[in-house]
Design a protein around this ligand. Structure first.
Ligand code: G6P
Length: 605
C-alpha cells in the first residue's frame, strides 16, 4: 500500500528518495512522485505506473538536499499522474505526501471551494496541502498542527515547504511513520525497510504524535504541542532481503526460503523435556490458559486463512472450541467479548488496519489478545498483550508464502502447548515434535520436485476457472491455493469444502474446468476420494495433492508430498500450491511480485 520516504541532510536527496521508493514498491502501488525543497522553491514530479516511469520523467538536473517522495495505491480518485502524490497548494509552496484516508475530506473540500479554492486532483491529500498553506501560522510545524486538529481519519503524512527548505514535518495517526537518524542527516519513511540501508537507528512515532525533522536532529511532540521524549531503537539489518539475488521474482525467492523460515520458527520453541512448546512472549501463565474456554482467531487475507487452519489445530489438540473470522468482518459487528476467550490476531505486517481495529475493539472491551506476527515492533504487535513472532524475515512479494507457512507452524506449536496444558498426552506431544522437526527437510524435498509442478502449472495455465477442494484441515489449504492462484495469475479460482461440491459447484464442473484436490492419506481419505470421483464422473480434469502410493481413483496429474503427522499435512500440502500459482503466473507473463490492484499491507479501511 502507499509508502512515504523523506530525506534531509547534505547529500542530493533524489537518488536516496528514488531508492527508498524502490524499496517500498513491494507494498503495492499504482503511481509515484517526489518533491524537493530548494532555495525557496519546490520542484514536484509525479508519474502513473512504476517508479521507473517517474525516474525517466525526471529532468536530468534535479537536486536538493531536502525532499519527500511517495508510492500511491489509489483510494480517492483513479491512478493517474494528477492524483499521484506529492500534492501542493495553489502557490506551489507546500507539498504533502500522505498514507491513509482523510474521512472528512469532502466536507473540508467544500468549505475550501466555497472560499474560491480550485483543486487539481480528486484526492483527500490535496485538501491538506491547501489547508496548510492557508493556515496563517508562521511556522510549518504549527500550520500542520492546526490543520490536523480539523482532520478525521487515519494518516501518516510528511510535509515540506519552500519557506523552510531544511525541514520536514511528519505526523502519525493510525498509519506508521518512522524516523531514521544518520550523521548530519535524517530519514523519514512509512516502513523501516526503506531506511535500513542508511541507518539502524530508528524512532517509531506513536499515534497522535508529530515530529519536526532537520539535518541535525528531530523534535517530537503530541498533536497538542506537548513535547515527547523519544530515543532511537536499533533495527536489525535485513541483509539481502530486498535483493532478489539469482531469483526472477521475490515470490520464488521467498518460497525457497521456507526451510530456513520454518527452522527459525522452531528454534528454541520445542520442549523435549515435557513434549510441549516454549514461548517467550505469551505473557500468560498456564493457570490463566487453563481458564480459557474459547479461542477466536482474527486476520485478513492469507492471515485469516492461516487462522482457519489454526482454529482446527487448536481445537483438535487442545479440545478448546476455536473459530476464525476475518478481522474486517468482526470489527464491524459489535462483537461480544468474553473474559474467558483468548483472542489471537494474525498479521504478517502487523499494520493491516482492519486487524488493528479488531484488536483495539477487543482491548477496549477488556479482552485479551495475542499476536502471531512477522514484523517485530509493528503496530499490532505493540497493541497485543503478548504473542509469537514468526521471524520469517522480510516478505517482499505482495502475496504471502513463507509467512503463511510459518504461521501454520506457529499454530501447530500453540496447539501443542495448549494441548499439553490440558489433555494431550506426552506421546502425542512427542509425535508432533518429531513431525515438526522433519518439516524443513521435507519442504526441501518438495522444492526439489519443482520441475514437475511447473509442468503441471503450464499445462493448466490457460484455464479460465479452477476449483480447489479439501476437507477439514484440507479446506484452508484449498482456500489458500485458490487465493494464491487468483492473486498472481488472475485465473478465476474457487475453493470449496469437498463435502459441499455436490451442493452447487458441481454444476460448473466440465472438461474445461480443472479441480485441484487436497488428498492427504488421513482418516478422511476415502471421503475425499468420493468427492474426486464426483468430479471425474463430470469429466473434470483432476490434479491431486497427495502422498505416495496408488490412488483408488484416476487423476490426470498428481503432486506427491512427503508423509508427516496428519495435523501437519497442511503445512506441506500448501507448498506445491504456491509453486503452482507462481508458475501459472510466469507462464501467463503476469507481474508476479506486484499483482494488479493488490497491496502488501492494507492500511486503509
Ligand atoms: C493484503 C495482502 C494479503 C495479506 C493481507 C493481510 O490483502 O495482499 O496477501 O494476506 O493483506 O496482511 P497481513 O500483513 O495483516 O498479514
Amino acid at each position: 500500500m502507499c509508502g512515504i520516504v523523506g530525506y534531509v541532510g547534505r547529500q542530493n536527496a533524489t537518488p536516496i528518495l528514488l531508492e527508498g521508493l524502490h524499496r517500498l514498491a513491494y507494498r503495492g502501488y499504482d503511481s509515484s512522485g517526489i518533491a524537493l525543497a530548494k532555495a525557496g522553491k519546490l520542484s514536484v514530479h509525479k508519474a502513473k505506473g512504476k517508479v521507473r516511469a517517474l525516474e525517466s520523467s525526471l529532468p536530468k538536473r534535479i537536486s536538493g538536499t531536502t525532499g519527500i517522495a511517495h508510492t500511491r495505491w489509489a483510494t480517492h480518485g483513479e491512478p493517474s499522474d494528477r492524483n499521484a502524490h506529492p500534492h501542493v497548494d495553489p502557490a506551489g509552496r507546500i507539498a504533502v505526501v500522505h498514507n491513509g484516508i482523510v474521512e472528512n475530506a469532502s466536507g473540508l473540500r467544500r468549505v475550501l471551494e466555497a472560499d474560491g479554492a480550485e483543486f487539481e486532483s480528486d484526492t483527500d491529500t490535496e485538501v491538506l496541502a491547501h489547508m496548510i498553506a492557508r493556515s496563517g501560522a508562521p511556522k510549518l510545524e504549527d500550520a500542520v498542527r492546526d490543520v490536523l486538529q480539523k482532520v478525521e481519519g487515519a494518516y501518516g503524512i510528511a510535509v515540506v515547504s519552500a519557506d523552510e527548505p531544511d525541514t520536514i514535518v511528519v505526523a502519525r495517526n493510525g498509519s506508521p511513520v518512522v524516523l531514521g537518524v544518520g550523521e548530519h542527516e535524517m530519514f523519514v519513511a512509512s516502513d523501516a525497510s526503506a531506511l535500513v540501508r542508511h541507518t539502524s537507528q530508528v524512532i517509531y512515532l506513536d499515534d497522535g504524535e508529530m515530529a519536526v525533522v532537520a539535518r541535525n536532529g528531530y523534535q517530537t511532540s503530541t498533536l497538542d504541542a506537548v513535547p515527547t521524549d523519544k530515543t532511537p531503537t536499533t533495527v536489525q539489518s535485513q541483509g539481502d532481503a530486498h535483493d532478489r539475488g539469482d531469483y526472477a521474482h521475490f515470490m520464488r525467492k521467498e518460497i525457497a526460503e521456507q526451510p530456513e523460515a520454518v527452522t527459525r520458527m522452531l528454534q528454541g520453541r520445542l520442549d523435549q523435556r515435557f513434549m510441549s512448546a516454549h514461548f517467550g512472549g505469551l505473557n500468560l501463565e498456564p493457570r490463566a490458559l487453563l481458564d480459557i474456554s474459547r479461542v477466536k482467531i482474527l486476520g485478513c487475507g492469507s492471515a485469516f486463512i492461516s487462522g482457519s487452519n489454526g482454529a482446527q489445530i487448536i481445537e483438535q489438540l487442545a479440545r478448546i472450541p476455536t473459530s476464525a473470522e476475518p478481522a474486517s468482518e468482526f470489527r464491524y459487528r459489535n462483537p461480544v467479548i468474553e473474559r474467558d476467550t483468548l483472542y489471537i490476531a494474525v498479521s504478517q505486517s502487523g499494520e493491516t488496519l482492519d486487524t488493528m481495529m479488531a484488536v483495539q475493539e477487543i482491548k477496549r472491551k477488556g479482552g485479551r489478545v495475542l499476536g502471531v506476527i512477522n514484523v517485530v515492533g509493528s503496530t499490532i504487535a505493540r497493541l497485543c498483550d503478548g504473542g509469537v513472532y514468526l521471524h520469517a524475515g522480510p516478505e517482499i512479494a505482495v502475496v504471502s508464502t513463507k509467512t503463511f507457512t510459518s504461521t501454520l507452524v506457529a499454530f501447530a506449536l500453540l496447539g501443542l502447548y495448549l494441548g499439553r496444558i490440558r489433555d494431550l498426552s506426552p506421546s502425542a506431544g512427542r509425535r508432533l515434535i518429531d513431525g515438526l522437526q522433519k518439516l524443513p527437510g521435507q519442504i526441501e524435498e518438495i522444492l526439489a520436485g519443482e520441475a514437475h509442478i511447473k509442468a503441471v502449472a503450464e499445462k493448466y495455465a490457460n484455464s479460465r476457472d479452477m476449483f480447489f477442494i479439501g476437507r477439514a484441515l484440507g479446506f484452508p489449504v484449498a482456500l489458500e491455493g485458490a487465493l494464491k492462484l487468483k492473486e498472481v495469475s488472475y485465473i478465476h479460482a474457487e475453493a470449496y469444502p469437498a463435502s459441499e461440491l455436490k451442493h452447487g459447484p458441481l454444476a460448473l464442473i466440465c472438461p474445461e474446468t480443472p479441480t485441484v484436490a487436497i488428498l492427504p492419506r488421513d482418516d478422511l481419505f476415502e471421503k475425499n476420494v468420493s468427492s474426486v470421483e464426483e468430479v471425474r464422473a463430470r469429466k473434470g480434469p483432476l490434479i491431486a495433492i497427495t502422498h505416495d502410493g496408488e490412488l483408488p481413483v484416476v487423476v490426470d496429474d498428481r503432486i506427491d508430498v512427503p508423509r508427516t503427522e496428519p495435523e501437519l499435512d497442511p503445512i506441506l500440502m500448501g507448498i506445491p500450491l504456491q509453486l503452482l500459482a507462481y508458475h501459472s503466473a510466469v507462464a501467463l507473463n503476469r507481474d508476479v511480485d506486484q499483482p494488479r490492484n493488490l497491496a502488501k499491507s492494507v492500511t486503509v479501511e
